[in-house]
Write a protein that binds this ligand. Structure first.
Ligand code: FAD
Length: 301
């Protein structure tokens, strides 16, 4: 578990307190508040706070004076309509604040999503823990031979053992040197802000990350996708489960119109229409490149 007993006790104490509120609450996410959901070997995702629920989306869409809900069925229809037609601003009325612990190389991909607010643990001010991501053997994959940005089969035998040993030994040695540089008895010690440059990209960092639901869906569509790197995808999958608990109607619409949906090019639509009309279309006669053809066949099976 990535939490110390003290940290778990702090979370338990926070969960033991509650206050009455006039604000909209979502029972599904209330049940998850503050809890750490483990990810990878030392990481986690925790919900720290949230604003809004499914009804807040329809309330904003209707610019209502009260809660703005009609019936659940009515709200569900409106949310699906908004999602289907890219009417995105009502989804921006909901916000989620997470505490995430993640390896630095995952954080580098994550931080590219600029439409969020971030505050990261300061390695100038504090000493980082000796915590490094070491992949589980089943995730120790070879370079893909067909996709420069992907993985192939899992490494096996001596090669797998050697790679794991190298990762562990390098991480440990770098951390030993990090500690030594920051000083021992009778030495001045290098500043923490400089000593950290020695640490590899599999060291863990932490941040608070706050984002609105529209931009969170954008993040999840890219990072929960099967093509996303496994190490960020597992975080996105945990967040998907939390969002499903928080705003079940909006999440169902997201699954339907984004996550499980596919986009076709104009030529791709023409190809499908020609096929439906009974024409035998091949890649050569489709007007698509080989890669586009393979992608279209992947969509329509
Ligand atoms: C599979 C995959 C592979 C990738 N490979 C690479 C790579 O090789 N190299 C690399 O550098 N990145 C790579 N990325 C990162 C990618 O290019 C995006 O930076 C990242 O996905 C964030 O997307 P975003 O900019 O849409 O999100 P956000 O930053 O959240 O922005 C959301 C939207 O807001 C608008 N926006 C936000 N800020 C600005 C701005 N400053 N100017 C204009 N519009 C803005 C844009 O419309 C944007 O789509 C990859 C991402 C994925 C998913």
């Amino acid at each position: 578990m990535p939490l110390s007993p003290d940290q778990q006790a702090e979370i338990d104490a926070q969960r033991a307190q509650s206050q009455p509120t006039l604000r909209a609450t979502s029972p599904g996410i209330e049940a998850q508040l503050y809890r750490a959901h483990p990810v990878l070997d030392h990481g986690f995702v925790r919900v720290i706070d949230y604003m809004g629920d499914d009804a807040a989306i329809t309330q904003a869409a209707r610019v209502s004076y009260g809660r703005g809900t009609k019936s659940v069925q009515n709200d569900e229809g409106l949310i699906r309509y908004l999602m289907r037609h890219w009417h995105s601003t009502p989804f921006e009325m909901c916000e989620l604040k997470l505490h995430v612990k993640l390896p630095v190389f995952v954080a580098r991909q994550w931080i590219r999503h600029r439409t969020a607010n971030v505050n990261e643990y300061s390695a100038r001010y504090s000493v980082l823990d000796r915590e490094f991501y070491i992949p589980a053997p089943e995730h120790l994959a070879a370079q893909s031979s067909i996709n420069n940005q992907g993985r192939g089969a899992t490494l096996e035998g001596d090669e797998a053992a050697r790679v794991l040993e190298t990762l562990k030994a390098d991480s440990d040695r770098a951390y030993d040197h990090y500690e030594q540089m920051m000083g021992q008895e009778g030495q001045q010690g290098l500043a923490r802000e400089l000593a950290r440059m020695n640490l590899p990209a599999n060291v863990y960092t932490q941040w608070y990350w706050k984002v609105d639901l529209h931009n969170l869906f954008h993040f999840l569509r890219l990072r929960a996708d099967p093509h996303a790197q496994y190490e960020i995808r597992v975080y996105a999958e945990v967040i998907c489960d939390l969002v499903r608990d928080w705003v079940p109607l909006a999440y169902a619409a997201f699954e339907e119109y984004r996550l499980g949906a596919a986009q076709l090019s104009a030529t791709g639509v023409q190809v499908v229409r020609r096929m439906l009309a009974g024409e035998e279309v091949t890649q050569e006669t489709s007007g698509l490149t080989k890669r586009e053809w393979a992608e279209l066949m992947g969509v329509i099976g």
